[in-house]
Design a protein around this ligand. Sequence first.
Ligand code: BGC
Length: 774
Amino acid sequence: MKKRTLLIIPILLLAFLLYSFEKGRIDNKNVISTPNLDEQLEHKVDSVLALMHLNEKIGQLVQYSGSWNATGPSSSIGDQHKLDKLKRGEVGSMLNITSVASIRETQKIVMENSRLKIPLIFGYDVIHGYKTIFPIPLGESASWDLDIIKQSASIAAKETAASGLQWTFAPMIDVSRDARWGRMMEGAGEDTYLNTVIGVARIQGFQGNDLSETNTIAACAKHFAGYGFAEAGRDYNTVNIGENELHNTILPPFKAAAKAGVATFMNAFNEIDGIPSTGNKVLQRDLLKGDWGWNGFIVSDWGSIGEMIAHGYAKDKKHAAQIAMNAGVDMDMESNAYEAHLETLLDENKISIEQLDDAVKRVLRLKFKLGLFDDPYKYCNEEKEVSEVYTEENLAIARDVAKKSIVLLKNETNILPLLKDIKSIAVIGPLADDKDAPLGNWRAKGEYNSAVSVLEGVKNAVSNTTKIYYEKGVDLTVPTVKPGENQFLHPLKFNTTDTSGISAAVEAAKKAEVVLLVIGEDAYQTGEGRSQTNIGFLGLQNALLEAVYKVNKNLVIVLMNGRPMDISWAANNVPSILECWFLGSESGNAIADVLFGDYNPSGKLPVSFPHHVGQEPLYYNQKNTGRPYSPRHVTYSGYTDTPKTALFPFGYGLSYTTFEYKNLKLDKTEIPKNGEIKVSVEVMNVGSMDGEEVVQLYLRDLVGSLTRPIKELKGFKKTMIKAGETKTINFTINSEMLQFYTINKTWEVEPGDFNIWIGGDSKAHLKTSFIVSE
Ligand code: BGC
């Protein structure tokens, strides 16, 4: 009898659910004005909510990690507890469960045991590819190519969805200006506008046009907000910024993400001016959900609700849950605070049922959009998991994205491009034949040692008469974990003693026409919890560099790294430097494409490279101060021992050809606040090779109700210009580019004088000005 009742309840509920959905459809056919999709969706969400008991509602706001302790202390609640909660339908989402088989098995626990059978949503950190690994986001941003960035996100989404998952915790759109901060690798660098447009491209790539398609996934704009401004570049550290910086520098990419319809947001570990972001009501409930009218859901960062206790903002987990719910956090990732305390908080009127229902509806809404209510196993297709992941086609796109992300920093004696039938070439360095480092950190399912190394790429490219001398020279690190074991949580140990390979490297360098020296950073030197004060070549790399340089000046440094590095000595001495980031699965082939001239490099730096770590945080769009450099001043706001400006500035990158800019023209020099100016500039390819150039437009608002940066990127166009050709590039300046968050705490265009520059980097010299009148 008991058994039968147990069976009947779900059947009745299912029938009711189907009836409600069907009713929506029937109504749809018979009413004169067809309700739009959103109304239908709300109807479905409401009908599920109406069926839910309190424990099930709270359960939708609980997210557990399914596997290893990923990025922080994992919950102490144990697997049996998680299993019981899944069976009772008291879990809304799982992260870190991968593979169709495991996802199917976990979903089954809910579908076969819980009362309402509300499907789980499965999330994972797919940051730069799932198994086909693309360049790290910072590297990919150097392409300034929104189409390929979108394409790389859409391939990542396709592979992720084919593997059973529906949600990535990406893109990270934290503006970050301090090279010491390890997570700079995950975003688009130091500029607000670049983070905005790249963030939107990534969201569009992940989500496509329709989340219910099985080749798209939900994206997550993170970390809301200010995480990239951690004091002294120390991860998780305090952020001290005012409202001006918050609104004008940090929030615009998030506002654009909300507008682009990003499905979810993740909040951040840091505090801003005394308030942990996770407990920040003004940001989450008032601004994002209120003023911006965004209807997705906010997931906490890993354990960040509980971490408000350590911040000294909550006295215990119950208090933390209360603060987070009031602040608008919908889903608790691994704090176990919501599951333990929301019910009591409700009884005590410390949170409201309206808040709770709103959070649950936000989660349900996405599950409907993904089509999980139609078929909870919709993304579970064992065949697709094999046929659509890590395909030749995806790898070819990864190579294309990788070659477009490379930045040529120096090519003084025109060593590059190399001839494919070059007689001899020495490939030297700890990263030269490394098949793992190019995958970078946050590599999802990228397999250990699966990338094409630089040595392999060179071998694939050169003629069979070319002699290749390979020497590692030095090891960068001393192993602390077994090969292939997850390095994420282990400190790196650098090799500072074993110089035994340097003499062989020197011999190889002596014999070769050209030396490629592949040095930089270990894959795990950047990423979460990987802040550093020394951003130069660690270990014995400087010793190797100087020894090789002594015997062969035909030297090309191939840099592999996840942050701007201090490469001053190399920049002053070595003739050629190629910035290759961590370029992913096809790394070596993409690097060879550029080294041997099959592709003319077109990347531009999304971050300033310093002369010295002491300059950090360093960025081009600083304020002028009361004492910028002037010959009249004895003292100014610089350093006495190091230049104030960058070694390689934001937006900088060379090509094998040369571009010249002339005839910067405006169609008018005075406009009203809502007016527009048409701008044109001529860009000439005066070299002998076709090439792409990123034409960049910068503005300065000379006097504001709040001080304004000395220059701000407001537009760019990447375009192919044939050798000898001149192209006219057009922009339109409009009020969106002129406005800022003013003293009135609102976005306005303030009348006055503006400067405009156009050029190939942030030092752009073609300049003119215009006036915005009342
Ligand atoms: C990171 C997030 C990430 C989450 C889940 C946290 O430690 O800050 O960016 O999405 O872990 O892995």
